[in-house]
Ligand binder design. Sequence first.
Ligand code: SD4
Length: 332
Amino acid sequence: MLQRRAFLRRAAAMAAVLGLDPVRLLRADSPVPLTNIAGGEGDRFREGHMLSTWNHGFTSNEEGWRQMQAGGSALDAVVEGTALVESDPTGTSVGLGGRPDRSGRVTLDACVMGPSGDAGGVCFLEDIEHPVKVARAVMENTPHVLLAGDGAREFALDQGFETRDLLTPDSKAAWEKWRQSAEYKPIINVENHDTIGMIAQDLEGNLAGACTTSGLAYKLRGRVGDSPIIGAGLFVDNEVGACTATGLGEAVMKTLGSFLVVELIRQGRDPQTACEEAVDRIMKKMSVKDLQVGYLAMDTQGRAGSSAIHPGFNYVRTRAGQSELIDAAHRS
Ligand code: SD4
């Protein structure tokens, strides 16, 4: 397997140098017939398949595609893809420019999961622009799964990450305006969700996922949502499928939503039905008037699914280098 991976990486790198199409070069070695590449649901994709929440998924998927064309894995694709969104100061719910907690400090949550079942995450992390890369370092360089707060920050610094003030002037101004209203209310309406969750299948058919967020705007200090919690904001099983969540983390955590979706796929549901059932689970147990949750899933056969409580959730799907923005189905 390792030899095969090394071969594929070398082949893709060589193709890039020679100006050839790496996908065609790799196809010859693929264990799976690739005749259905442009086909519909149920076909197997071996040209890279990526799903990312919200329309900044165009950025993350494009980068993911570039990674795969250069011989990168699904894990490389999701980490490098979502990291780009973390650096975008206009995103108000991720990384730089993410809205702070009620005390004015930006605290970040992220996790990653790879095809071997390994996982890593950070939560309540401050001053580090790329929590998703720190999550990968937790997975690859420690025996642990989740590091929190100061410990996560210290670990990041030990790993060579640098500090950066993540509160942008825009973000600060918005927080100051919010503070003028004496009443504390975290913003959980349906418009305020642009956490990025990304799941991908690479040219070898392996799955990986990443999820990164600054969480709810003006949350209580210390609040951690679903996004760094394996099984809640993200779950990947290389033999079954992958799922990521966006929306009100408390609802996702109470139902362990991403794990639920993947387990439903394991039991035979297609990704669409699995996402719908996980949304229905929330709707059955909670009042959902003011809360939004959306799930996004794929299985190993290249089928995709998505469902949200309310209208408004969309995602970007990229197959064979072609991206499209899709409105998720909703259940309310
Ligand atoms: C959280 N699920 O912290 C995240 C928020 C989110 O788009 O998805 N924002 O609860």
